[in-house]
Design a protein around this ligand. Sequence first.
Ligand SMILES: Cc1cc2nc3c(=O)[nH]c(=O)nc-3n(C[C@H](O)[C@H](O)[C@H](O)COP(=O)(O)OP(=O)(O)OC[C@H]3O[C@@H](n4cnc5c(N)ncnc54)[C@H](O)[C@@H]3O)c2cc1C
Length: 530
Amino acid sequence: MTVPDNLVDEWVGRNLLATDPALLAALRAQAPQAVEPLTRYGAELGSAETAQLARDANRSGPVLRQLDARGRRIDAVDFHPSWHALLAMYRRQGLVADVFATDTPGRWAAFAAGCYLHGQVEAGSLCPATMTQAAIPVLQKQPELFAPLRARFFSREHDPRDLPLADKASIWVGMGMTEKQGGSDLRRVQTTAVEQADGSYLVTGHKWFFSAPTSDAHLVLARTEAGPTCFWLPRHTPDGARNAMQVMRLKDKLGNRSNASSEVEFHGAFAQRLGDEGRGIPTLIEMAGYTRLNCVIGSAALLRAGFVQALHNARERSAFGRLLAEQPLMQTVLADLALESEAAMRLMLRLARGFENAEPAWQRLMTPAAKLWVCKRAIECGGEAMELLGGNGYVEDGVLARLYREAPVNSIWEGSGNVMALDVLRAVAREPDVALALLDEFAASPDAPVRAEARSLRQLLTGAPAALEAQARRVAQGLVLCAQAALMREQSSTIAADAFVATRFGGDGRLLGAQAVPRAAQILDAALAS
Ligand SMILES: Cc1cc2nc3c(=O)[nH]c(=O)nc-3n(C[C@H](O)[C@H](O)[C@H](O)COP(=O)(O)OP(=O)(O)OC[C@H]3O[C@@H](n4cnc5c(N)ncnc54)[C@H](O)[C@@H]3O)c2cc1C
């Protein structure tokens, strides 16, 4: 049989940074020192070899081995070698801890860009990396605990060995909060911790979701008499024995299949207190601020990865006698995806700058709003990108199905959508001046729809508080759209900024591509360099 023409291979073997003109320009402006190393990383990530690693890590996911050959409890998790290769790549790039190792300006933008590039190829490995990174600022507040771990956090060498902390070159850290009775409302935590004569604690209870269970340690929430408290719970006790934590089961997940997520029980596990008794929730919420940023980055990465495959396919595949990319309706849908992807990337970099400069408006207010919005947009846009490849998008031979299955988790963990929206209101209530100052900035926009949205948000936020909770998503959405419009206007082409403003503030935007995108072809030309 002759092979038909019109077959388009997946977009692979390209440099992920060099082909992304918007990101490259943003990096040159915000973190010029990162352009060269990330260009190299972009090439490594974009290679066919790395694509194969990602495929293998997700196809041959982790397997729990509770007992050894003679029945001794070992709670080991076996990973495909590709998983360790991916973690090693990320770590070698300094993406786990460099933001806390130096005070180089632009380090957070550099990190966000590196994480974004990695997330376009493999998302599961971002989970342990994110939790490890977010543990650092919490531990830094307890110097006696952090000092012996410092070099192991900052190491660029991946050390997969299952050894006590002192014997490791580098470490991974997870976090355990969610129990069977609820993960959003952590005040209901039932796991208990009892102080011992030497000041350590013994933890008893369970966690219903516990990712990266074989990490070298976890930050765990457990109840003392004073209330929920945060603990450092290592995999091995100081005398080198395996800690009294049992992995009961690995979760059989929709996506995120390269990464192990588990259910665990603690049977008097050794732990050290982090922060004051009864102050565990604020401690873990501080950590969650960082992990939420990474959810935004991870979802922006999924948006870009899906869009790039869809655009590449449309540029090379024909239907009805013309390339798909030349057909007006396809251009509208693709341009809509291009705008969503670029706006998510610009927002992620702005949040990263907010973390670098400790700006409450971006760290406390806009991060939960962005987590709600970008993570949800990645779900919808992932489905659309898949569909733009037709049937080939739906089968597991290609990457689109994996991207689609991956997308919802960023919206669920680290605080689900409603919890994020309520967190936005909490940030407004705590620092109303910060929120109103940001709205003033948006109200000075050259774009009339942005000004109108800013006015409407101000009315909502200064109106009757009782009515506000039910409209929390409305507030978060409005804040994000204003922020994205402002960033596009400030940093993107006039064509893209005009199109973003024209398509994001009307009432017709519920279906991707339902609203005409002005100058769609030019937007697409600029979105992906060959
Ligand atoms: C793959 C995966 C890995 C995970 N890994 C970890 C981990 O390593 N460590 C860890 O601690 N957790 C982990 N989680 C758990 C995750 O953080 C929780 O599932 C999440 O926080 C929600 O908690 P829950 O599942 O108990 O849902 P619930 O708390 O029961 O919430 C259910 C729904 O109610 C909504 N809701 C809650 N309160 C309100 C309100 N006041 N108003 C309106 N709506 C509300 C929530 O947004 C959510 O949609 C993981 C989850 C997944 C899926």
